[in-house]
Design a protein around this ligand. Structure first.
Ligand SMILES: [Zn+2]
Length: 67
């Protein structure tokens, strides 16, 4: 998916977080049970960086999980 910097209007470059293990996000309150939320409800956090001003935006590949 192509993302654009809202200030510079240039394409953002996909980055990678320097983090041990997957860094994921899930809908707040979803599957809050004994074993925690199902990993299928989680989505990866993907950073995109503007090569002009350095702005970082985070996106998930499957935003439909948050509807
Ligand atoms: Zn920018």
């Amino acid at each position: 998916m192509e993302h654009t910097c809202p200030k510079c209007k240039v394409g953002l470059t996909e980055g990678q977080l320097d983090h041990a293990g997957p860094l994921r996000v899930y809908k707040k309150g979803e599957g809050a049970g004994l074993f925690g939320p199902d990993t299928k409800q989680m989505d990866d956090i993907c950073p995109f960086v503007c090569p002009e001003c350095g702005l970082v935006e985070f996106y998930v590949p499957n935003p439909g999980k948050f509807q």
